[in-house]
Write a protein that binds this ligand. Structure first.
Ligand code: RP5
Length: 168
């Protein structure tokens, strides 16, 4: 199937975080691709990738990088696709990457998720896709229900351990 989400990482050392991203996209039955490209080490390949992504049918880009994380911004500068920036805690607990990704100049935004928030990057991509695809929307709604069910179950278990029960 033609991928509609593209996961790009600055280095394969970022892969452990991106596994959560890939797992959720798989769970939502979203065709995706993964590549390692670096804004600093392979700038020409990043440019080629960013310019061609939309024409290949990609609808959302998830770009992960650590340190002076230029990758999401450099891609966002060369495409009109939504780019989700995922800061990786490689050095300085990821604060360096977070600020590099989130502090984009006016008119070139990246939708930045939290440090190492691989799942959130995937969920945001799915929400964007769900806007124009009722089947993805339905699958996402089912997933969202499981989240409520989990908290309700945890709450019931907590209530069993104490006299206090929060009532709404
Ligand atoms: C960034 O530098 C990568 O995204 C990675 O988080 C970090 C370190 O890369 P490696 O030296 O592990 O390849 O560009």
């Amino acid at each position: 199937m033609t991928p509609i989400v593209s996961i790009i990482m600055g280095s394969t050392s970022d892969l452990p975080v991106l596994r959560k991203t890939a797992d959720f996209l798989e769970q939502m039955e979203i065709p995706f691709e993964m590549h390692a490209l670096s804004a600093h080490r392979t700038p020409a390949a990043v440019e080629r990738y960013a310019v061609e992504a939309k024409g290949r049918g990609i609808k959302v880009i998830i770009a992960a990088a650590g340190m002076a994380a230029a990758l999401p911004g450099v891609i966002a500068a060369q495409t009109t696709l939504p780019v989700i920036g995922l800061p990786i805690a490689s050095t300085l607990d990821g604060i360096d990457a977070l600020l590099s990704i989130v502090q984009m100049p006016p008119a070139i935004p990246t939708a930045t998720v939290g440090i190492n928030a691989g799942l959130n990057a995937a969920v945001l991509a799915v929400r964007i896709l769900a806007l124009s695809d009722p089947e993805i929307e339905a699958r996402y709604q089912e997933y969202a229900k499981t989240l409520s069910a989990k908290v309700e179950k945890a709450d019931t278990e907590l209530a069993a351990l104490s006299d206090y029960k929060f009532k709404v």
